[in-house]
Design a binder for this molecule. Sequence first.
Ligand SMILES: C[S@@+](CC[C@H](N)C(=O)[O-])C[C@H]1O[C@@H](n2cnc3c(N)ncnc32)[C@H](O)[C@@H]1O
Length: 238
Amino acid sequence: MSEVTTAEFNEEGKYLRKVRSFVLREGRLTKGQAQAIEKNWDSMGLEYSPEAIDLSQVFGRDADTVLEIGFGMGASLVEMATVATEKNYIGIEVHKPGVGTCLMAAEDASLTNLRVYHHDAVEVLENSIADGSLARVQLFFPDPWHKKRHHKRRIVQPEFVQLLRKKLKVGGVFHMATDWENYAEHMLEVMDASEGYKNQSKTANYVERPDYRPLTKFEARGQRLGHGVWDLMFEKTA
Ligand SMILES: C[S@@+](CC[C@H](N)C(=O)[O-])C[C@H]1O[C@@H](n2cnc3c(N)ncnc32)[C@H](O)[C@@H]1O
């Protein structure tokens, strides 16, 4: 498996510090996670490289491709890929134990339509995904970075959503969900100001959770406690 980020230097060789949406926690792998990576990386892992990958070659077929950023432990990603076998799924996660758990579940489900990256999603999108190739991008419960001084670390920013737009097909959808109202408002503000997207909400803000997004345990608990979850879906128009 490759490094999670690529160091970047300027012409004088000085290290350029990037604002990233994550802080790496070197979590230890359980035996099961380590074995799942060892056993399944060759068939389901994608090594990061700065050239665009050929999706029909990677999946051995032509099908709509859904890309999920920050899949955590991968439970909902594996569930979606199990239900929608006609679609290709690519998951990207920087937290290695999450990659291990996801591969364990994917192996149990005998999935053939899922590939995963253990890398920074921004770098993968910038360099490894061809323009106009994705049917949907999913960003579920991204780190909310509660403190105001950390808001710059939120992954949803004008530049980031334009990067996604470049990678989506016309008619493709960027789907976000968050349980943090202030982040939902931030997402809406950024998307409303972004060129080339149309909000799919009839009320010009949020949408009902579509059936394909599984309700997570954490979310179901939140619902019982009366906490909100906001889904946003924007279509690429041009
Ligand atoms: C709050 S968790 C949510 C996980 C999962 N989507 C869920 O709903 O349970 C956010 C995840 O995004 C990952 N993440 C944050 N920034 C990322 C990036 N730039 N590339 C890949 N993964 C990222 C984190 O490691 C973390 O696992």
